[in-house]
Design a protein around this ligand. Structure first.
Ligand code: ZN
Length: 494
């Protein structure tokens, strides 16, 4: 279901296929200026005045139409034509020059020194986020990058590749075909190595459950804690306790995101033993929530200046959803295994926590695991109407939900309203026709908190579409075989 497959095409091309083919990342040794795709990313300078290298080469290949557009901005803005970390988009393909990329996105990478490594990483990530933002705004689906800043700007290629990986996870949205076209064979080797390491990490996490299924009984985990030993709830080590006498000094100083990474990791470790062990660890970890409160208010209205639309999901809404949902706009969220949790995190925005660091999808997943694992029977009896489409909930929590690379199931939907104190309306497109059981059970279905303080109004209601990364294929030939693989929120247009 989840994971990354690595396909070595030949000595100069390796493709990394991520979760269900929702995103392909190609690393290739070759010439960026010749790459045919929606957009190539051109590393330029703040004046956008090519002074040799790849920038000049791209100018030569793209020709006068492109060069004139760049020159116009360059002359007008002078030294500020494109600040470091920013991007500008220009038309490249014309009738007279048809065999090039459709667009060139100019970006300005940072100069790297070991002393300013952190700042350089920030600017490099900004090159990705701004270029992806333009690609999404222009509804582009394929984009090709060089090793930004790795040439004259001395960015270490391995670190640059890691920034690229993180950026793609965060910002690619509707761009489903990302390529790194690297001229230097050495950079090709390094980028392939970093992507392979990342793929192995993702795949190992997914495999933990699969490998342990057959030998659960063979791993006894005696808990021989004496009553007066003081253990940190998070790291489970005997240490001097700080925060509320439940966290040790080290754990209480962790960044919020790291703390919840460790939190979910403990649930994952418990999942190797049994579901009952998960419940036990959930009871130990649950008090930590008291020290990391959330104040969640979901966005409701679509704002084109901050939200990105998901064109594929829009197709589902307009072609297969009930009329009342057609006045909504689907917002793009990253299509990795965390899309369900990404959705809620993005809707909550920056104000969800009192800290400067926002709640991560991992934190939200961890909270949802605890809620569902500890109140499973209540959820089962509350949602008996859905019993026909439920599979084994204990197994789901143990083998899938604890992995942050895994797609969400209907179970995740039952407990999330309680965790965030919201109502969730699920919207299921009628791709398989009106007799589809999933459509009948899940379309326009309201999921409410188990216990709620006060009534929940429309301002705390989230519409969630069961969507897919691609438009339906073979529709009309093979019916009743469409299954969703992506969640996106629907925001009001009025
Ligand atoms: Zn600790």
């Amino acid at each position: 279901m989840s994971g990354i497959t690595i396909e070595k095409v030949n000595e100069t091309t390796t493709i990394f296929k991520i979760t269900n083919g929702s995103l392909n990342v190609t690393v290739k040794q070759g010439n960026l200026e010749a790459e045919l795709c929606d957009a190539i990313v051109n590393p330029t300078n703040e004046k956008m005045d090519p002074d040799g290298g790849l920038d000049s080469l791209i100018h030569d290949v793209m020709g006068k139409f492109f060069a004139d557009q760049v020159a116009a901005v360059s002359e007008e803005m002078e030294g500020n034509a494109c600040p470091v970390g920013q991007s500008r988009i220009f038309v490249a393909r014309t009738r007279t020059n048809p065999k090039v990329a459709r667009f060139v996105i100019n970006t300005v990478g940072p100069a790297y020194t070991p002393e300013n490594a952190e700042q350089a990483a920030f600017y490099l990530q900004s090159c990705y986020s701004t270029s992806f933002a333009l690609a999404n705004a222009y509804a582009l689906t394929s984009i090709a990058y060089p090793a930004i800043s790795c040439g004259a700007f001395h960015y270490p290629p391995a670190e640059a590749a890691q920034v690229g990986i993180e950026s793609i996870r965060q910002y690619a949205f509707n761009v489903k075909d990302v390529r790194f076209i690297l001229y230097e064979p050495k950079n090709y080797q390094i980028f392939v190595k970093e992507w392979t390491k990342y793929a192995q990490k993702v795949n190992e996490t997914s495999a933990v459950s699969a490998n342990t299924r057959g030998r659960l009984r063979m791993i006894p985990k005696p808990s021989s804690e004496s009553l007066n030993s003081v253990r940190c709830s998070l790291c489970n080590e005997k240490k001097a306790l700080a925060t509320g006498k439940i966290l040790c000094v080290d754990c209480s100083q962790l960044a919020r995101s790291t703390l919840f990474d460790n939190f979910l990791q403990r649930l994952r470790t418990a999942s190797e033993v049994s579901f009952q062990e998960i419940q036990k660890v959930c009871r130990v970890l649950q008090p930590i929530f008291n020290y990391y409160p959330i104040a969640y208010t979901p966005a409701r209205k679509y704002d084109h200046s901050i939200h990105k639309r998901d064109a594929v999901a829009e197709h589902y809404v307009q072609s297969y959803c009930d009329h009342q949902f057609r006045i909504t706009m689907p917002m793009a969220v990253v299509g990795d295994g965390n899309c369900f949790y990404n959705t809620f995190v993005k809707l909550g925005g920056a104000g969800t926590t009192i800290e400067t660091s926002a709640m991560t999808p991992v934190e939200l997943r961890a909270r949802n695991v605890v809620e569902l694992a500890l109140r499973m029977n209540e959820y089962k009896s509350n949602y008996q109407s859905l019993a026909s489409i439920f599979d084994d909930c204990e197994k789901y929590v143990q083998y899938e939900m604890v992995l942050d690379t895994n797609y969400a199931a209907i179970w995740d939907l039952l407990s999330i309203p309680t965790v965030l104190n919201i109502n969730v309306i699920s919207v299921y497109p009628r791709v398989n026709g009106p007799d589809d059981t999933y459509y009948q059970l899940l379309n326009n279905k309201k999921f409410k908190p188990l216990i709620s303080s006060g009534t929940i109004g429309e301002d705390r209601e989230v519409k969630l579409l069961f969507s897919h990364c691609n438009k339906p294929i073979n529709f009309g030939v093979k019916k009743e075989n469409w299954t969703p693989n992506h969640f996106v929120p629907l925001l009001s247009l009025r």
